[in-house]
Design a binder for this molecule. Structure first.
Ligand code: HEM
Length: 303
């Protein structure tokens, strides 16, 4: 075993195992870098029921992915603010890939049968995803400004300050509309500067702007491809919500949630929410391009 001592006094070791050279550096090990001791000691069941471990790890992995989506989301906002659309697009691609992974991961939780869950549900008391600070922050970043939800964090000053900052800041869509205005689109002044804590209200002028971009895609290629990536983000967010709702229905039926809501009925309501409304409504008004052929009554009505 070879040992070198670095200038900072830490040791580097080297040995041969199975014909491979293996090295490790005591100054920065895998465990120290990734804080595996803290990470792997954070699964603390409140019951002695074996299926609670799956429940804990599912939530914790989702929280980790939400942390990365928030991190990437803030970078995307910065990039849009700085007119760096290629960088924004790259970030959005990463977010969508994470979202698809999160959606797929519901399959693991679906192995939790109603019986499995009932063995430990009573031990969870009032704990619920309702109280996920990161999820709420992500909703604020994307534009679902429901300030009343902050109340569950009222005893945590740090969480409240963080949530309030996201609540009071322009959302991803607000920044996108400011970008459209910088690019010469006629976005109403009350959409460019407003009380960011209020939910966004759809506007005909904004829909017109998107329609123009989606009609002349060659002229607005960067905005058009960015808008499609933003649409994908909402599409996957809704798919996550749907899979959550369906998993909940599969596990608890129509029982109320541990957080006190009506359960599945509460989750179904969120499926009607839209972060970027005109990006969806504009599609109904789209007409086929000239070479697209006649696809029936109504075609070309808006051309
Ligand atoms: C068996 C597993 C699960 C069940 C039965 C369940 C059930 C529920 C229910 C009934 C609600 C509505 C609030 C309430 O009254 O409690 C809720 C909300 C929520 N759950 Fe779950 N959940 C499960 C797994 C998960 C997982 C793995 C996550 C991942 C982080 C999660 C995140 C959330 C979030 C963020 C909300 C708030 C949604 C909103 O306010 O729009 N849940 N859950």
């Amino acid at each position: 075993m070879i040992r070198q001592t670095r200038e900072d006094g830490t040791d580097i070791f080297e040995t041969e195992i199975d014909g491979e050279t293996i090295q490790w550096d005591n100054g920065l090990t895998y465990a120290r870098h990734l804080q595996t001791a803290q990470l792997l000691s954070a699964q603390v069941p409140v019951s002695d029921k074996p299926d609670e471990m799956l429940f804990i790890i599912m939530h914790q992995t989702m929280e980790l992915w939400i942390k990365l989506v928030l991190h990437e989301g803030r970078l995307v906002l910065d990039a849009i603010r700085g007119d760096r659309l290629a960088a924004a697009g790259k970030g959005l691609d990463r977010i969508s890939t994470i979202q698809r992974h999160m959606i797929q991961s519901w399959e693991v939780l679906a192995t939790l049968t109603p019986h499995d869950f009932l063995t430990f549900r009573g031990f969870l008391r009032r704990a619920s995803g309702f109280q996920s600070q990161q999820y709420r922050e992500l909703e604020y970043l994307l534009g679902n400004k429901r300030g009343d939800m902050m109340i569950v964090h009222k005893d945590d000053a740090e969480a409240t300050a963080r949530l309030r900052a996201a609540f009071e800041a322009p959302s991803l869509y607000d920044e996108l509309l400011r970008l459209l205005a910088r690019r010469g689109f006629d976005i109403p002044a009350d959409r460019l500067n407003r009380d960011w804590t209020r939910p966004y209200e759809a506007s005909d002028a904004v829909e017109d702007a998107w329609l123009k971009i989606y009609t002349d895609v060659d002229a607005y290629w960067d905005l058009y491809t960015l808008a499609e990536k933003i649409t994908a983000l909402e599409y996957y967010f809704q798919e996550w919500r749907f899979k959550h709702m369906k998993t909940v229905a599969r596990v608890i039926g129509h029982k109320p949630g541990t957080g006190g809501s009506s359960g599945v009925n509460y989750l179904v309501k969120a499926l009607d929410l839209s972060f970027f409304p005109e990006l969806w409504s504009m599609r109904t008004r789209m007409a086929a391009p000239r070479e697209g052929g006649d696809y029936g009554p109504g075609a070309g009505a808006e051309a």
